[in-house]
Design a protein around this ligand. Structure first.
Ligand code: NAD
Length: 539
């Protein structure tokens, strides 16, 4: 590892950067790109878009783009393949997910290279993606049959009416994915759709197309018929609406702004949609928190994937009496973080993904500082490490008029606020239209869980930042308010890809006047029967 850092806003040497011998150019070869892009649905002479290596700014790959007509073709192919796929027993479909779990680990090194080369994150943060995808594959591989099995329901008349609730696949799911977790989210939102008997047409972000294509290749190797998963690539505002126009259900993950547009298009077609959107997530460090653990946890919670994580913490509320002691620990740990710009293990934080992310981060920090905020750690771009690097940054005394207070930064920047009472902390934490993820720190886990239940947030982690709730894939994960509609994981995460169908079998007597009975006599009989059922508590 080579120390290639020289400065920081605080005048100290940290964060220190680490460099290693292998780069994206070693991992993403022209042969690999040529093989992977063949799976994109395109015409004969597609236009080419470029993805770039965030570590260096150099062109990483040329990715062929789909036209609106190609999107239509992808849906026709997926629709034809879905019928046979849906006819296979659930256990056969689930076995594909279980094999995929093993293939993910077998191909781990290669996947880490791809994720890092396309996103600029550290190897450790890329590894979180492999485990997230694998854990979800295993969960739905094992539990799908239970989630999807026909359920007996009480009939109109006991014994005479036998009712089952079935779960039919929606058909072809349109999936739109972001660049920030190109493996975990791309795979995670598609797996439950497949095991429920659907086909999927996915539009990944162009910047992270190679990771998506390699993951799809592994699913095909695991036994998914290739036509069941179609990939289209292109500009979001051009290709995205075409995906919505043909889908039977939409699974969207991305910004709240785009999500609103996608939701409106889905509503106009009367199709369902799940929306996994942005956040402005809060962490509460209560007066009785373990300060060392909370400081360590805050580093993970705020700076994983350079803060380009939807469930990342951007607002930190600290009890006034412990604020100075906590901040001293948190700032020291943050200043000690090592930035990394290669495919080596060992770095604590990587690069931002694109210039627009760096622009937002820079704008938020500069405006906050202009409005009087103090920089406790970081605060500067690091072009000496790479064109899109920005130091992990802690801001104190941020004026509420600053954008960093309310808008999602989606970068390695956290603002600190002090509170005098837990009621005040809860009210402040709940004071944004978002509601994705939060975190509460207390030595008393029961009390922490009580405070957690008062937060307007789809997931809350006690004594961690984001990982336990996300990794507990049997439980739902998603956003309240502007952070989304619907959930991934658990029963919600798979049943959303199904249509409930009620099959009622009527036996012995019809539900109409019979045996020469007139309407009035039938009404009397039915009234009496309902009375008996009420008395016997059958209804
Ligand atoms: P984005 O909304 O710009 O793009 C997301 C996807 O939508 C991309 O594939 C993009 O090409 C496509 N798209 C863009 N315009 C479109 C349109 N008009 N119609 C249809 N599709 C369109 O978001 P981003 O910058 O790629 O991702 C970052 C955002 O995603 C952040 O706000 C983050 O919080 C959010 N996010 C949320 C979750 C979650 O689970 N809640 C997870 C990851 C990211």
């Amino acid at each position: 590892m080579t120390d290639i850092s020289t400065s920081s806003a605080t005048g100290e040497r940290n964060p220190v950067a680490v460099a290693g011998p292998r780069t994206a150019a070693d991992a993403v070869t022209p042969e690999l790109v040529a093989r992977l892009v063949k799976a994109i649905v395109t015409g004969e002479q597609p236009t080419l878009a470029q993805s770039r290596n965030p570590f260096t700014g150099e062109v990483l790959a040329e990715i062929p783009e789909s036209t609106p007509q190609d999107v239509a073709t992808a849906f026709v192919r997926a629709r034809a393949a879905q019928r046979d796929w849906a006819r296979r027993p659930v256990r056969e479909r689930a076995a594909v997910l279980l094999r995929f779990h093993d293939l993910l680990f077998a191909a781990q090194a290669e996947l880490l290279d791809l994720v890092q080369s396309e996103t600029g994150k550290t190897r450790g943060h890329a590894f979180e993606e492999v485990t997230a995808a694998a854990v979800e594959a295993r969960h739905y591989g094992r539990a799908a049959a239970r989630y999807l099995k026909p359920r007996r329901r009480g009939g109109a008349f006991p014994v005479l009416t036998q009712v089952h609730e079935l779960r039919q696949p929606k058909g072809v799911i349109g999936q739109i994915s972001p660049w920030n977790y190109p493996l975990a989210l791309f795979v995670g939102d598609a797996l439950p759709a497949f095991v429920a008997g659907n086909a999927v047409v996915t539009k990944p972000d162009t910047q992270t197309a190679l990771t998506a294509l390699r993951a799809r290749e592994l699913m095909v190797e695991a036994g998914l018929p290739a036509e069941v998963w179609q990939i289209v690539i292109g500009d979001g505002p051009v290709v995205g609406p075409e995906v919505v126009a043909h889908a039977d259900y939409v699974s969207f993950t991305g910004s709240t702004r785009t999500g609103r547009d996608v939701a409106q298009r889905a509503a106009a077609r009367l199709i369902g949609a799940s929306m996994e959107l942005g956040g402005k997530n809060a962490m509460l460090v209560l007066a009785d928190a373990d300060l060392d653990k909370a400081a360590e946890g805050a580093v993970r919670a705020c700076f994983s994937s350079a803060g380009q994580l939807c469930i990342s913490i951007e607002r930190l509320y600290v009890a006034r009496e412990i604020a100075d002691a906590f901040l001293e620990r948190f700032a020291a740990r943050t200043r000690a973080m090592r930035l990394g710009n290669t495919l080596a293990w060992g770095a604590d934080m990587g690069s931002l993904v694109a210039q627009r992310q760096l622009d937002t981060v820079t704008r938020h920090v500069e405006e906050a500082v202009k409005n009087g905020a103090r920089v406790l750690a970081g605060g500067q771009a690091r072009p000496d490490v790479g064109p899109l690097f920005f130091e992990p940054t802690i801001l104190d005394g941020v004026d509420p008029s600053s954008a960093v207070c309310t808008e999602e930064t989606f970068g390695p920047v956290v603002s600190v606020y002090r509170f005098d009472s837990e009621d005040e902390a809860v009210a402040e934490a709940n004071g944004t239209p978002y509601g994705l993820n939060s975190s509460v720190w207390s030595k008393n886990p029961r009390h922490g869980a009580q405070v957690a239940a008062r937060l307007h947030s789809g997931t809350v982690n006690v004594n961690e930042g984001y990982a336990p709730a996300y990794a507990s894939v049997a439980a739902p994960m998603g956003g309240m308010g502007d952070s989304g509609v619907g959930r991934r994981h658990g029963s919600e995460g798979i049943l959303k890809y199904t249509e409930p169908q009620t099959v009622a079998v009527q036996k012995l007597v019809s539900m109409a006047p019979s045996f020469g009975m007139d309407d009035e006599a039938y009404a009397k009989l039915l009234t009496r029967a309902l009375g008996v059922m009420k008395a016997l508590r059958l209804k």
